[in-house]
Write a protein that binds this ligand. Structure first.
Ligand SMILES: *[C@@H]1O[C@H](CO)[C@@H](O)[C@H](O)[C@H]1NC(C)=O
Ligand SMILES: *[C@@H]1O[C@H](CO)[C@@H](O)[C@H](O)[C@H]1NC(C)=O
Ligand SMILES: *[C@@H]1O[C@H](CO)[C@@H](O)[C@H](O)[C@H]1NC(C)=O
Ligand SMILES: *[C@@H]1O[C@H](CO)[C@@H](O)[C@H](O)[C@H]1NC(C)=O
Ligand SMILES: *[C@@H]1O[C@H](CO)[C@@H](O)[C@H](O)[C@H]1NC(C)=O
Ligand SMILES: *[C@@H]1O[C@H](CO)[C@@H](O)[C@H](O)[C@H]1NC(C)=O
Ligand SMILES: *[C@@H]1O[C@H](CO)[C@@H](O)[C@H](O)[C@H]1NC(C)=O
Ligand SMILES: *[C@@H]1O[C@H](CO)[C@@H](O)[C@H](O)[C@H]1NC(C)=O
Ligand SMILES: CC(=O)N[C@H]1CO[C@H](CO)[C@@H](O)[C@@H]1O
Length: 665
């Protein structure tokens, strides 16, 4: 990995870096923004869904498999000599879960036998309520013992007896609640189910869908991990792009994310061969994504499949009608009232009240897989036909094409685009003015961005950096300032991907990292930068006049919904502090503002390390009082990110002007 220190190279640019900036934020002009700027994106990439935000603790809970990832006993091991095997029963639990685990009683006498599971690289055991269930088939009298114990010492932290209802013919579900009596000192624990072999008639029992949940965010059944959700909530996000990027597309024309198979009881969800090298359960399904949005009070951006898979194949025009119908049905499922076909299905699984969907995205990165033929088919019929169908049936939904005007496409009205940017720090900064060229007719989402390579390390095949790093995060801030300056034309921006399990991953640079151990849930440097930028929403941009051009200081200014003045800035490629004199037109001497400044470690490549549990981002907030003409004086250090908000006092004439403006509208 090449390391071109940002601070060191910046010395060359020193000549301009000490210059003070005198900025005037005008009280009129500018544009109303979409005010959805900072969002979230979820991609089920290397156990960020299963084993990540989805709180299920049991690994391979239902023996789901595919041609790519054959059904296996991965994650399971025997207790006291029970013989475990995969069985495809002639009476499976469901069409979706054809395989189950057979436990042959064998010769073990007197001792309880059974099986254990080590979770997704461990299980966090604490004195809290665990909710579990499992299906059994086979004649068994007596009880099952569900327990959590250390895999290192054998110490049992919690256990519960569940009376057997199991019979020879047919599957019965057993449910239980367990509260361990002690916190485990580490995550090296297993969950086990054991039973007395003497109670078994017929030599064996079949088990399937063995599930265990810790408490979830807002106590949702089949819900999400509270610590990760709390960290996401703290970002004050406005939307979630779901269900993902590449995962939506799938690997082939038969293996893609089928929303209709991700809903309803878990036993009706077959799962899929994920594009990131593992089978997913579909436990985190369409409804769970909507509940995620509901719980964070954010807008879903629902991406629908548009016929392209990652192997480059795409649906022909002759066969395209079912693809359109499938996408329309998905939105009917979400938004239709109970008298519609799919609205009734939604009601039947416990959600009679329709959700609201404001944005639908068509496909994912259609410019990439199978290009140029795939992209040509997108431009020729896949995109236009879907736009036409949605415009007719759902005229109020804002449509987003998976490619943007920066990807060589003229997007048919009224759709917007989606631009993805994985750049170097210098690349981010160079993109600062990119969105200035959009017109009101070319709105765009920035559906994915992240700094993944250091400067000079631009080869896509090259190693990604191990984690987001502070210099990269500052450059992302500048990229985002460029987007916010055009907040009337940029719908929003979302860092991608969001999460990475430290035990299994192939994309290292993610907003957060996690493992079974909540102590390792890590807020990256970019997470801190985004928390600061997301904490203040500019609902109206304002023109700024300045006596210096952009660089090394970059900024945007505007108003919040309450009419407070907001100024966001970042400093890149400077070795000296930059004195800033910031005047908000219409503010008087004595007005006050809060200024929060973030700086990083001396080494711009410093990062937040889940194994050290450190935080390299320093943040401080001070109150400033305006001098003459309502001017705030402060200075911003090299590689810093800052947000200033006036407290709204001392701006009487702005209020009058705003009122006059409002009347004009
Ligand atoms: C407002 O939008 C127009 C284009 O629609 C743009 O030219 C202008 O720079 C914007 N003003 C601000 C302050 O962002
Ligand atoms: C069970 O069925 C799956 C396909 O659903 C197949 O891949 C697997 O080989 C079968 N296993 C056994 C033990 O028959
Ligand atoms: C439990 O410990 C054994 C060896 O002590 C190891 O082989 C096994 O992988 C561990 N299981 C889990 C789930 O950690
Ligand atoms: C405990 O579990 C962690 C996480 O899975 C693993 O990295 C570690 O090797 C385990 N320790 C022992 C002693 O098994
Ligand atoms: C879900 O929809 C796909 C595409 O129309 C279809 O092939 C599949 O059979 C459906 N699944 C179920 C369970 O109905
Ligand atoms: C842009 O798209 C058009 C139409 O699909 C194609 O003919 C042209 O080659 C493309 N240009 C570039 C630079 O990709
Ligand atoms: C930062 O400074 C270095 C050295 O002068 C220069 O190569 C690089 O282009 C600068 N980056 C930006 C984004 O201005
Ligand atoms: C996840 O990431 C690792 C590490 O890059 C990679 O080797 C692996 O193929 C990915 N998938 C699985 C299932 O481990
Ligand atoms: C590249 C592109 O799609 N540009 C479009 C932006 O919007 C204007 C106005 O609708 C179109 O004329 C352009 O083609």
């Amino acid at each position: 990995m090449r390391r071109l220190s940002i601070a060191a190279t910046a010395a060359l640019a020193l000549a301009t870096s000490c210059q003070a900036a005198n900025l005037v934020v005008h009280a009129t002009g500018g544009n109303v923004t979409t005010s959805t700027m900072y969002g979230l994106m979820h991609e089920d990439i290397n156990n960020s869904g299963d084993g990540g935000i989805y709180a299920e603790l049991i690994y391979n809970r239902a023996f789901q498999g595919s041609d790519m990832f054959p059904t296996s006993l991965d994650g399971w091991s025997s207790v006291n000599g029970a013989a475990l095997s995969i069985k495809n029963s002639s009476t499976p639990l469901s069409w979706a879960l054809p395989s189950s685990m057979n436990i042959a009683v064998g010769s073990g006498k007197g001792q309880k036998i059974g099986f254990r599971n080590g979770g997704y690289w461990g299980i966090d055991v604490r004195v809290q309520k665990y909710t579990g269930s499992f299906y059994v088939k086979g004649s068994h009298t007596g009880s099952f013992t569900a327990s959590l114990q250390s895999n290192l010492t054998g110490e049992v932290f919690g256990s519960v007896d569940v009376k057997s209802k199991s019979v020879e013919k047919g599957w019965t579900q057993h449910e239980f609640v367990m509260v361990p009596t002690k916190d485990a000192p580490n995550v090296n624990n297993t969950f086990a189910i054991t039973f007395d072999p003497a109670g078994v008639q017929g030599g064996s029992l079949d088990f399937n869908l063995i599930s265990l949940f810790p408490p979830t965010y807002k106590n949702r059944p089949n819900g999400l991990r509270p610590d990760i959700m709390e960290d996401l909530a703290e970002l004050n996000p406005t939307f979630l792009r779901l269900p993902g990027g590449n995962m939506l597309e799938g690997n082939t024309q038969t293996n893609w994310w089928k929303w209709n198979e991700t809903i309803g009881p878990l036993k009706d969800r077959p799962g899929m061969a994920n594009v990131w090298n593992y089978q997913i359960t579909y436990g985190l399904g369409l409804v769970e994504y909507m509940e995620w949005c509901e719980d964070l009070n954010i807008e879903p951006i629902v991406a629908v499949w548009d016929g392209l898979s990652l192997d480059g194949h795409f649906t022909s025009e002759a066969d395209f009608q079912p693809i359109i119908q499938f996408a329309l049905d998905e939105i009917e499922f979400l938004t239709g009232d109970v008298s519609t076909k799919w609205g009734a299905v939604r009601a039947s699984i416990g959600h009679p009240t329709p959700w609201k969907v404001k944005y639908v995205e068509i496909g994912n990165e259609d410019w990439l897989a199978g290009a140029p033929a795939g992209y040509d088919s997108f431009k020729a019929y896949r995109l236009p036909l879907l736009i036409k169908a949605f415009t007719e049936k759902y005229p109020d939904i804002k449509l987003i094409s998976s490619s943007s005007v920066f990807d060589n496409i003229t997007i048919p009205a009224p759709a917007a685009g989606d631009f993805h940017a994985y750049l170097t720090p210098d690349g981010n900064v160079a993109s600062f003015s990119q969105f200035d060229h959009l017109t009101k007719d070319n709105l765009t989402l920035i559906g994915e961005y992240a700094t993944v390579h250091p400067n000079g390390g631009t080869a896509w095949e090259g190693n990604l950096m191990p984690y987001p790093w502070w210099g990269g995060s500052v450059s992302e801030a500048i990229f985002l300032l460029g987007a916010e300056r055009n907040g009337d034309r940029v719908i929003g921006a979302t860092y991608a991907p969001g999460l990475r399990n430290l035990n299994r991953w192939q994309w290292s640079v993610t907003l957060m990292q996690h493992s079974a151990d909540p102590k390792q849930t890590t807020r990256s440097t970019s997470w801190y930068m985004l928390r600061l930028f997301g904490s203040k929403i500019i609902t109206h941009t304002r023109p700024v006049t300045s006596d210096v051009s952009f660089g090394p200081l970059y900024y945007v200014a505007g108003n919040s919904a309450e009419g407070h003045g907001i100024f966001k800035a970042a400093v890149y490629n400077s070795t000296a502090d930059i004195p800033v004199s910031l005047q908000f037109e219409g503010f008087a001497k004595g007005a006050t503002a809060q200024l929060t400044v973030q700086t990083g470690p001396e080494d711009p490549y410093g990062y937040n390390d889940p194994f050290l549990q450190n935080n390299v981002v320093k943040e401080s907030t001070i109150t400033l009082t305006a001098g003459d003409k309502g001017t705030f004086e402060f200075s911003l250090p090299p590689l810093s990110v800052a947000v200033l908000e006036t407290d709204g006092k001392g701006k009487t004439c702005v209020k009058r002007k705003k009122r006059a403006e409002a009347l004009k509208v």
